[in-house]
Design a protein around this ligand. Structure first.
Ligand SMILES: [Zn+2]
Length: 194
C-alpha cells in the first residue's frame, strides 16, 4: 500500500492533480461477490453512534454540481458517516490506514468530472467516480447519478479510502481492484449488494 507509481504514461502532466498524488484510482461499478472476512475484524473500542452527531458533518460540494447531484451526495454522505459511526468494521477500514473515517469523508471535495481527461477516465473504466490516492478531490462521473442511494454511499466510502491512502489495482499490482474495494466496503459497512 506504500508502493508508489509514476504517472500513467498516456495521462501526462496534469494541472488538476496534486503533487502528492501519484496514482489515479478508479471506481468500477460492478458488483462482485468477493468475501474479505472484514465482519470478523476486532471490534474497535470507542464511541457509539449516539456519541457522535452525524449531521454535524457536511460534505464539501462544488457549486458546479447540479442541485440534484448536491442533494444526492449530501444524502449519501450522511449515510456514509452514520455507517462509519455505527459499524466498527466500517471504521476499521480507515483505522487500518491510520486515518479517522469521519475526517477522511469530511476532507473529500466532490465535483463533477468535467475536465476532459477526467471524463476520459470515467468512460475508459466505466467508473462512477475518479479520485487520487491521498488526494481530496473526488470527481463524480455521470455513472454516479445512476447508482442506487446505497450504491452512492459505497462509492463515497470507497473514494474516502483512497483519500486516506488506499491504492488500487491495476495501478498498484499489490492492491485490490476497484470492484474488490467496493465489495469490501459493502461488506464492512453493511451496505446491501444492490
Ligand atoms: Zn477506487
Amino acid at each position: 500500500m506504500t508502493t508508489r507509481h509514476g504517472w500513467l504514461g498516456w495521462f501526462g502532466r496534469d494541472s488538476w492533480t496534486r503533487p502528492r498524488a501519484r496514482r489515479y484510482v478508479i471506481v468500477a461499478v460492478g458488483l462482485f461477490l468477493v468475501q474479505w472476512g472484514l465482519v470478523t475484524r476486532a471490534v474497535v473500542a470507542g464511541t457509539t453512534s449516539g456519541d457522535r452527531e452525524s449531521q454535524s458533518l457536511v460534505p464539501l460540494l462544488s457549486p458546479n454540481l447540479s442541485l440534484v447531484e448536491q442533494d444526492a451526495v449530501t444524502a449519501a454522505f450522511h449515510d456514509a458517516v452514520r455507517r462509519i459511526d455505527e459499524y466498527s468494521s466500517c471504521r476499521a477500514l480507515f483505522d487500518d490506514l491510520v486515518v479517522d473515517g469521519r475526517r477522511a469523508l469530511a476532507k473529500s471535495f466532490y465535483e463533477p468530472a468535467a475536465e476532459p481527461r477526467v471524463k476520459l477516465l470515467c468512460n475508459r473504466y466505466r467508473a462512477a467516480a475518479i479520485s487520487v490516492v491521498n488526494g481530496d478531490r473526488v470527481f463524480l462521473c455521470r455513472r454516479f447519478n445512476r447508482l442506487t442511494p446505497t450504491g452512492k454511499v459505497a462509492v463515497l466510502i470507497h473514494e474516502a479510502l483512497h483519500g486516506a491512502g488506499l491504492s488500487e489495482a491495476p495501478l498498484d499490482p499489490e492492491a485490490q481492484t476497484a470492484a474488490e474495494i467496493t465489495s469490501m466496503v459493502k461488506l464492512a459497512c453493511s451496505i446491501s449488494r444492490r
